[in-house]
Ligand binder design. Structure first.
Ligand code: SF4
Length: 476
């Protein structure tokens, strides 16, 4: 993945008129569908409040919830692994795959595994990871990266997909323009893999601490095949996906599909708890992934980003994302949620432009089903960028810092006032180059208030015992 920074990467994206057309069509369709489905729910705001409270409680008690989840999964016959970072997670997964002698694995769409570069890590160990989600398959065949949380190939249109499939899995066959026929090519390609590959890898939408149940929601049924047919199932779950109670799912599973795809309920919701004889995988591994999440949790403002349930409503409603598309964010988490999550997970060093990739219009906050205040987190991160990274680089920031020091001391302040009277134009122009070119300077009075006050105090009181009047106009 390139590292141009958002402004340069967005510039490239905006120059691609086909991409802008694809994005406009896709995001406006999903946004309209979401609005219609949300309007059907009279207590939508109460549901959002409940979702926000559920996530806030789960994050506030995360250590206990994760330990409870580990105990529940183990009790149900699963095995739990803890991964501090991407390298550790890839090693754990690779070790399990090799332990079963597998050279191929099938995958359910998973942002967590994209985040840690699992496919490349497995390839380096001689294992081919086969994406089974249609959009992920399109990206894999096209050596492309995801540009949307839910619809990773949203930047591609039907013609592009048809030509790609004809070049790859259809081996030169003309698929025609019927969307069913194009999708059928992927179905035939994947069916054989579902039936023969012994290990599947998934992410998780939710993990319930109380019961040890893992939940994956999807629209195509490919996930259900991966979760039930292979002998071994490995789930990589970001630790922020933990929920305390089974009943929490009731709220989350209402909020997610309406916000995500504008559906009343999800077409495929798979829930499993450990392993069961003669039913589904014989071996289940849950890998709990940190990879920077505990650091995010320690930031009082930024930790809201961990409440995200990956619905993508903020992406579709964002005027910036819907024009640039997802690649400009140079992360598996694009759009407004990416602008606040990626810098916190990866650090601000290489992501300092992302918190500025927003007009702060607030559309993301309005649609977020768990009420994440994205604009506030963006402002918080912008502040950190300025404090931690730009201070030494920007002349304006340096000038502001110098002015701050002047205002912090009475003596320095008075000296500065004297200096300003002597040569206010040149001094201020030099100190505030950008500011002073756009604004006129007010007249600086001949005498400051403090000087006037000192002079007044030194004059004798009048006959009535009062201090001399300032009616002569001597006061500044
Ligand atoms: S931040 Fe909110 S709106 Fe955006 S993907 Fe996450 S849950 Fe959805």
């Amino acid at each position: 993945m390139s590292a141009l920074g958002f402004p340069a990467a967005a510039g490239l994206a905006l120059a691609d008129s086909q991409l802008r057309r694809n994005m406009r069509n896709a995001t406006s369709t999903i946004t309209a569908r979401r609005a219609a489905r949300v309007a059907e729910v009279p207590d939508w705001e109460a549901l959002r409040d409940a979702g926000a409270a559920i996530k806030a409680r789960a994050m506030a008690t995360m250590p206990e919830q994760l330990e409870a989840l580990e105990a529940s999964v183990t009790r149900a016959g699963g095995q739990v692994h803890w991964a501090r970072d991407a390298g550790e997670c890839n090693e754990i997964v690779g070790g399990i795959v090799h332990g079963h002698g597998a050279r191929e694995v099938i995958k359910v769409k998973s942002l967590a595994t994209d985040e840690i570069g699992l496919n490349d890590a497995l390839a380096a160990q001689g294992v081919e990871a086969i994406e089974t989600d249609l959009a992920e398959l399109i990206n894999q065949l096209g050596h492309d990266t995801s540009s949307h949380i839910l619809v990773p190939a949203i930047h591609r249109n039907r013609a592009e997909v048809k030509l790609l499939f004809e070049r790859t899995i259809a081996r030169g066959q003309d698929l025609g323009w019927d969307i069913t026929a194009i999708a059928e090519a992927a179905r035939r390609h994947l069916r054989e893999k579902f039936l023969s590959v012994p290990v599947a890898i998934s992410g998780a939408n939710f993990g319930v601490a109380e019961t040890g149940t893992i939940c994956v929601v999807e629209s195509e049924g490919n996930g259900r095949m991966c979760l039930t047919l292979p002998k071994v199932l490995i789930t990589v779950m970001g630790i922020e996906k933990v929920l305390a109670h089974w009943r929490d799912l009731e709220v989350c599973l209402q909020l997610l599909p309406r916000s995500a795809t504008g559906e009343r309920m999800n077409p495929y919701t798979s829930l499993w708890t450990g392993v069961r004889a003669d039913d589904g995988p014989e071996e289940f591994h849950l890998v709990l992934l940190d990879n920077g999440r505990t650091a995010v949790l320690s930031d009082e403002v930024g930790r809201q980003a961990l409440h995200c349930i990956r619905c993508s409503a903020c992406l579709n409603s964002c005027p910036v994302y819907s024009r640039t598309g997802g690649h400009a964010y140079e992360s598996v988490y694009p759009g407004p949620i990416g602008a606040i999550l990626t810098p916190q997970l990866r650090g601000l060093d290489n992501t300092s432009t992302l918190p500025f990739a927003s007009s702060l219009c607030g559309a993301c906050k309005e649609v977020c089903p768990v009420k994440i205040d994205i604009p506030s987190v963006l402002l918080h991160l912008r502040g950190r960028v300025v404090r931690e990274h730009k201070r030494r680089l920007s002349p304006e920031a340096l000038a502001m810092e110098a002015i701050g020091r002047v205002f912090a001391s009475q003596r320095r302040y008075e000296q500065a006032q004297k200096l300003a009277r002597l040569g206010r134009g040149p001094i201020v122009t030099a100190a505030l180059p950008g500011w002073s070119t756009m604004r006129g300077l007010p007249e600086i009075p001949a005498q400051t208030f403090r000087d006037w006050w000192r002079t007044r105090s030194q004059q004798p009181a009048n006959r009535n015992g009062n201090a001399p009047s300032d009616r002569n106009g001597t006061a500044p």
